[in-house]
Design a protein around this ligand. Sequence first.
Ligand code: 3IX
Length: 194
Amino acid sequence: MRGTSAALQPPADATAPVRHPEAPAPGELLGAHYGQCFGCGGEQPHGLHLEARAGEGVSLTAEFTVKIAHQGAPGLAHGGILASALDEALGSLNWLLRTIAVTGRLETDFVRPVPVDAVLHLQAEVTAVAGRKIYATATGRIGGPDGPLAVRADALFIEVKVDHFIDHGRQEEIQAAMDDPDQFRRARAFEVNP
Ligand SMILES: CCCCC/C=C\C/C=C\C/C=C\C/C=C\CCCC(=O)SCCNC(=O)CCNC(=O)[C@H](O)C(C)(C)COP(=O)(O)OP(=O)(O)OC[C@H]1O[C@@H](n2cnc3c(N)ncnc32)[C@H](O)[C@@H]1OP(=O)(O)O
């Protein structure tokens, strides 16, 4: 059974996604969008430390190793953690579009249990764009990039301005991000689109 609701079906006037001309080349690491991000941040001790690599078109691959801290049942990954890994992989696609977007809806199918120490091989791609709406899909396999399917997700991301974070984020972290030249540069890169 595939759990994709009507809200995740692109409308008839949706178009194919366009890779940004300055998007990293296929095979290149995308890097974290924010050092403290739970999904990808290298400075986040509690995080998933997902590392995503650009693929062809508007697609990417990423790997996530399930740690002891990620358990739900004994020796098995928590479903919410797996959904987070999928969300992060899907969210990272926006760097290839150079569009700032947040998850509006995420639908996840858990197909088989994922043990501790397993590497989840994620593959994600944008399928369509309609105005501010970005439609994307992802899979997670274990035992190798072509191994058995463990999880999959479909998602709708909604484009936002940097102001979304400035308006809603806690002042302390916003200020620290703005004071960090690398972070500021990444945020600006998102804003300047051809
Ligand atoms: C200087 C400081 C800089 C700091 C920033 C640094 C870096 C920034 C770079 C990247 C960071 C970006 C993201 C993080 C990346 C990865 C993490 C993984 C991704 C996430 O984890 S991210 C967190 C979870 N996420 C949220 O925290 C969203 C909370 N939410 C909202 O903030 C609003 O809800 C919002 C903005 C989504 C929409 O609000 P809105 O007012 O802008 O737009 P509106 O409601 O009009 O929707 C417009 C059209 O989308 C349709 N639509 C909307 N929501 C829908 C839904 N759920 N289902 C089906 N359709 C939906 C409507 O139906 C309408 O469709 P139509 O146009 O056809 O009428």
